[in-house]
Design a protein around this ligand. Structure first.
Ligand code: URA
Length: 244
């Protein structure tokens, strides 16, 4: 049994919020009866009509995109800027899993599978997100340790991360640092480096779990294959157990 608004949203005809509006407006029938109650549980076999049209379950699609700079991670933008969804030719209503800043490049997953999206974003599942940051200055051992152990950003301590300096350039006083985190707080990597007084000059996400950008130039994307999707489900299967 699933909540009615979730089933409607999963069918791809509306967002969860829009589905709630449709229910409250009396536009939704379940097995012929108008349902006005949000959160009503419906079975797999229920006949659901929205505005008199029967809804059907939508096939799930999964993509990875190598996000270029200057594109926003959203489904639409009030200022009409290009979004990651605009870059992918797909008729189904897909959305990005997590967020990369406007000026951050690299790997982002897009799907219409809300279940997998939630699992991937849940920090308890400890999905690796690997970022390469070009920063101002060179991290000293104490700063490295501080970053690894977690820093306070927006009043909350980040969980442990893996950090290593890949290279540094004394002349330009910059370094290339790899940082692996499991969370997705707003501007997390930039704020973590800020907390140890290093500005992030460039940021790229190189890998999420086992997925990397091999073969994808900036702006290019590909579908995940069924084995990759199954592996992502497998990696996040402990969510409920771990949450208890
Ligand atoms: N951390 C950031 O600061 N920005 C991103 O885009 C992703 C992670």
């Amino acid at each position: 049994m699933e909540r009615l608004q979730k089933v409607i949203a999963n069918s791809g005809i509306a967002s969860r919020r829009k589905a709630e509006e449709l229910i409250l407006a009396g536009k939704v029938r379940v097995n012929g009866e108008v349902v006005l109650e949000l959160g009503t549980k419906v079975s797999d076999t229920a006949k659901i009509e929205v505005n008199g049209e029967l809804i059907s379950k939508e096939d799930k699609v999964y993509y990875i995109l190598n996000k270029p700079r200057g594109v926003i991670t959203s489904t639409k933008d009030e200022h009409d800027r290009k979004t990651v969804v605009d870059l992918i030719e797909e008729d189904k209503r897909i959305y990005p899993v997590g967020r990369l800043d406007y000026d951050t490049t690299g790997l982002i997953i897009l799907t219409n599978d809300g279940e997998l999206a939630n699992r991937l974003m849940h920090p308890k599942n400890e999905i690796d997100k690997v970022y390469i940051a070009k920063i101002k200055g060179i991290l000293n051992p104490k700063e490295l340790m501080t970053l690894k152990n977690g820093v306070i950003i927006d009043g909350v301590k980040t969980s442990r991360s893996r950090v290593k300096t890949r290279k540094f350039d004394k002349q330009t006083d910059t370094s290339i640092v790899e940082i692996v985190i499991h969370e997705g707080k707003n501007h997390q990597v930039k704020k973590m480096f800020e907390a140890v007084n290093h500005e992030v000059l460039k940021l790229k996400r190189e890998r999420v779990a086992f997925l990397d950008l091999t073969g994808l130039k900036s702006g290019e994307y590909r579908k995940l294959n069924p084995k990759e999707v199954a592996t992502l489900y497998g990696l996040t299967a402990n969510q409920n157990k771990k949450n208890k």
